[in-house]
Design a protein around this ligand. Sequence first.
Ligand code: MLT
Length: 427
Amino acid sequence: MSNTAELSVDGKTYQFPIVEGSEQEKAIDISNLRDQTGYVTLDKGYKNTGATQSAITFLDGEQGILRYRGYSIEDLAAKANFLGVAYLLIYGELPNQQQYQEFEKSIQSHSQVKEGMQTILNGFPQDTHPMIELSSLVNALSAFYPDSYNEKAGDTEEHVARLLAQLPTIAAWSYKKAKGQATVQPNNNLDYCSNFLSMMFGQAGEEYKVDPVVAEALNTLLILHADHEQNCSTSTVRLVGSSQANLYASISAGINALWGPLHGGANQEVIEMLEDIKADGGDVAKYVDMAKNAKQTGFRLFGFGHRVYKNFDPRAKIIKKAADDVLSKLGVNDPVLEIAKGLEEAALNDDYFVSRKLYPNVDFYSGIIYRALGIPTNMFTVLFAIGRLPGWIAQWKEMRATKEPIGRPRQIYVGSTLRDFKALADR
Ligand code: MLT
């Protein structure tokens, strides 16, 4: 195989190196394209653009493969715990016992969120969407830890531990504020997921008994969401960080990107869509038809298909099984879930959906489990953010460590050509 690609343009031929990844993915390195040819590439939505070389997550969309640092998502979801996976993503290897304990301890030692942060939170209206509070408070952390502005002066590892420790606390505070309840302090005797559940569902001053089924389901969901290579929010974190913006500012930007309904916000949209179908009489067939005639009806099915997975989303397979287990263990009987099953059935068997590869994705099932666990709909994307945090951190650190240049795409200008300015009176 040749290790260069040829491009002929304007009667001249140019050579560009071919780069091969460790899983034999191939890319044409066009870093010098504009210098050599005067051309740039146009790739809206970056469908064909490898924005970076990364050693964190491998994804094969055709075969439905997802691996973190070489470990399959199936293995990690079945055998690991979320903090171990966070360590793996951020530091490249699974921790040994001592490394795990030290990692957990350093996170716990940063679990107290400053009082001033509570004041900021209380300034938001009661019904503020929690993703707004999450991104604002994460950004505000830079103000409380100003050494984060200057990477050379600051201790990145301390900021990493603080973010992992405090994101769940901020999320739980936001929930408590919306409910008009007092906040529950972090409990360092509990594991990461149980501590979050205790801060969410416990009452201040009372001991809260965490249901191990719920904690285990949350652990699985957070692992499944922990990284997904260069998705929209991760690309945002890397792009913002490439300007040397600090870790908190970069993660805050990632949270905002995740909130969009076409990205992490889809899990909220899925349940809202199911609730709308239920409120309209629960006629699944009618909505399946509407989805098939989307051009006329304007109805869009959330939670089906995926930009990079062409056959199935491996996370959805794991999560579907987890959803079945959790629902039967918790004895949940919810009419919305019946509607979900009807849509799933249609998507898996109806040729319209099968031929378009519109199978249920991870967002479809995650919303269903979160609902069964008692997490309110507007907190679903917050849970996604807690899961994705180690991935964002790992990607931000990798981008800094490999000294990537500031991200600065080009464009093809399609606006007016040079025009003469007319005074206001003459327009
Ligand atoms: C994700 O996990 O980030 C989503 O599936 C979206 C994506 O990868 O593009």
